[in-house]
Design a protein around this ligand. Structure first.
Ligand SMILES: Nc1ncnc2c1ncn2[C@@H]1O[C@H](COP(=O)(O)OP(=O)(O)OP(=O)(O)O)[C@@H](O)[C@H]1O
Length: 614
């Protein structure tokens, strides 16, 4: 190797220990984080405090060093005076013969570009989250009369708490009295504004254009302006011509269009940007979980929701004093430690009087939104059929003679059959809901199905379900419309609902596992299967599904009654907690010949009252 070359290489090595001559602090250089066009970035530890920083190192030598020196000096002059939680903190700078060093806040989760590399696209709630931080940091920059001029995902850094910070002020500049700075073509070509491309100077509104490009890029996975050759791309930029992202929500599309207005004066200010429908009408998470760096987050409910859940539960269990005794449980929300309000387990001690008739105090009720064209009233018809089914059971055969029925199925089932002979039930795996979660005041009513799927009937009357085994998502905005998506293709506007559905599903599956419920097997539900109605009062809960299945759970019994099929195929299935994954099913003939016990009769009556009150 030539001596001159060797000398240059050795000069570029950054020492392991570095001393800032101004402050006297000694740092230890750590691993290389990454390389930029002009710089390298290392992890850095302050030897006296053990505080960790990022060290940006810019070589002083090399071709074009004067220009580079000017650039670095400007970056230091601007950045070192900035103090804002959404701007990468600038702690110190010093230089030696070979390098200029900048000691910066360490952002351990690197940048949004790193997230996008893995995720390709972000969900709309995430975009709202990141943009709130970015707008806050950018507003501060603009207030200091600084324009960034190089806003892009690789310059949006993330600390360990997933807080977003604008960094790399290498191209930042102060604006003049007219709010513009030098007419130079700088920044990442894809994100350059029309006025920059036309060399009319860069202003705060050019940064806002870049936000439009970034919003488009993170939601669709490609930048709005990416054509080759460059001249064609610049023409599209000047004309504001980009491919309409039809897959995005109307509010996201409309905000992108506002941000990408070719006339800078037509672009919203940063304050107006946050007042846009996209921000004001969509869910924005308070924070993002770190795993959202590599997979779409499932949003946790904000704390007031937990409280709300508790309140709903308490309402369910205490407000309407039940006329018959049952044990109530503390309410809780998904992910909390106490038991849920909606899983109505009860103990009916042997010999306790059963209340047969009671006034209905509806505590919760939900039905899907109906299609305006549905003149026949599908729900009304299905309710009628379900009611008939319950009546059929109640009218079948003589009343059981057992005066003190137990809650266990076998014991509860005592029709007028010869003693010791069990009614001829069969083990059948019918579709039913072993778990549910009632958050209907805020979000909706979620249920776990015995085929492994889960669904939510949302407050707005729409229904969304996760279908095993492929994990397809069925969405019914109203009764009569069905959309099916692969999980990763669920459109932005439905992501918040999907997040609620997944959160409910996780919670219910965890509870089933904790309770030791055997894995269920059932013929998978059809894509349009949904929950048509849920009704609860202080004693019972009734669910009516779109295939005509009715499920009734009572506080006075740990078993669930599931009435499925019609005519010859009609089955009354008794599902016991902790019992086999398959319930015991009885045909109408068996019901007619053996009758039903008082306990089952009471249970069915509770369901009938609920259905009649919908
Ligand atoms: N404060 C920081 N905390 C953690 N990582 C950082 C920090 N600053 C930069 N990095 C990482 O160091 C690498 C180099 O960053 P740098 O800013 O020097 O160049 P760049 O932005 O990648 O490229 P260019 O400067 O050419 O735009 C990048 O991977 C970046 O994510």
């Amino acid at each position: 190797m030539e001596p001159r070359l060797r000398r240059r290489r050795s000069r570029q090595l950054v020492a392991t220990f570095l001393r800032d001559p101004g402050s006297g602090r000694v740092y230890r250089r750590g691993k290389l984080i990454g390389k930029g066009a002009f710089s390298r970035c290392y992890k850095l530890t302050d030897m006296s405090t053990s505080a960790v920083f990022a060290l940006k190192v810019v070589p002083r030598g090399g071709a074009g060093r004067l220009r580079l020196r000017g650039k670095v000096e400007r970056e230091i002059a601007l950045h070192s005076r900035l103090h804002h939680r959404n701007i990468v903190a600038f702690h110190a700078h010093f230089a030696d013969r070979d390098h200029v060093y900048m000691v910066l806040e360490y952002c351990s989760r690197q940048s949004l570009a790193h997230v996008l590399k893995v995720r390709r696209t972000l969900t709309e709630p995430e975009v709202r989250y990141y943009f709130r931080g970015l707008v806050s940091g950018l507003r501060y920059l603009h207030q200091q009369r600084i324009v960034h001029r190089d806003l892009k995902p690789s310059n949006f850094f993330l600390n360990k708490n997933m807080e977003v910070k604008i960094g790399d002020l290498g191209l930042a500049a102060r604006v003049g009295p007219a709010g513009r700075c030098h007419r130079v073509l700088c920044g990442t070509p894809n994100f350059q504004a029309p006025e920059v491309v036309s060399r009319n100077g860069h202003s705060a509104k050019s940064d806002i254009w870049a936000l439009g490009c970034i919003m488009y890029t993170v939601l669709t996975g490609t930048p709005p302006f990416a054509a080759a050759p460059l001249s064609e791309m610049y023409q599209n930029i000047r004309d504001g011509h980009y491919l309409e992202p039809t897959q995005l929500s109307p509010s996201a599309r409309s905000l992108i269009a506002r941000l990408l207005a070719p006339d800078p004066d037509e672009r919203p200010s940063l304050d107006h940007l946050l007042q846009d429908d996209f921000f004001s009408q969509g869910f924005t998470p308070e924070r993002l979980p770190p795993h959202s760096c590599h997979s779409p987050p499932v949003f946790a409910f904000p704390p007031p929701l937990g409280r709300l859940f508790r309140k709903v539960g308490q309402l369910l269990l205490t407000q309407c004093r039940p006329p018959c005794p049952f044990t109530s449980k503390e309410a809780s929300g998904p992910g909390e430690e106490s038991t849920e309000p909606d899983h109505m387990e009860a103990s009916n001690e042997e010999g306790a009087p059963l209340c047969t008739e009671s006034r209905i105090h509806l505590l919760t009720l939900g039905t899907p939104r109906t299609d305006p064209a549905d003149a026949k009233g599908t729900l009304a018809l299905q309710l009628e059929v379900a009611t008939r089914k319950l009546c059929l059971c109640l009218d079948a055969g003589p009343v059981g003679r057992t005066a003190t029925p137990k809650c266990r199925t076998e014991a509860a089932w005592r029709g007028p059959k010869p003693a010791g002979q069990d009614p001829p039930g069969e083990q059948r795996s019918v579709l039913w809901a072993p778990k549910w979660v009632d958050y209907s005041l805020k979000y909706g009513f979620g249920y776990q199905l015995s085929d492994g799927g889960s669904g939510v009937l949302f407050r707005d009357g729409s229904h969304m379900a996760l279908r095993p085994p492929g994990g397809h998502v069925s969405y019914q905005p109203d009764q009569g419309t069905l959309w099916i998506f692969a999980l990763r293709d669920v459109p932005g506007p439905l992501r918040a609902k999907l997040a609620v559905l997944r959160l409910f599903a996780c919670y219910m599956q965890r509870r089933l596992r904790e309770e030791g419920t055997a894995p269920m097997t059932a013929t998978p539900a059809s894509p349009d299967f949904c929950l048509l109605s849920f009704t609860a009062d202080a004693q019972a809960l009734a669910m009516l599904f779109s295939n005509g299945t009715v499920q009734v759970s009572s506080k006075t019994s740990p078993v669930q009654l599931v009435l499925s099929g019609e005519g010859e195929d009609f089955l009354l299935t008794i599902q016991e907690p902790g019992g086999p994954s398959m319930g015991t099913s009885y045909t109408l003939d068996v019901l007619r010949s053996h009758g039903i016990s008082l306990a089952v009769r009471h249970h069915l009556r509770l369901g009938l009252h609920l259905l009649q009150s919908v």
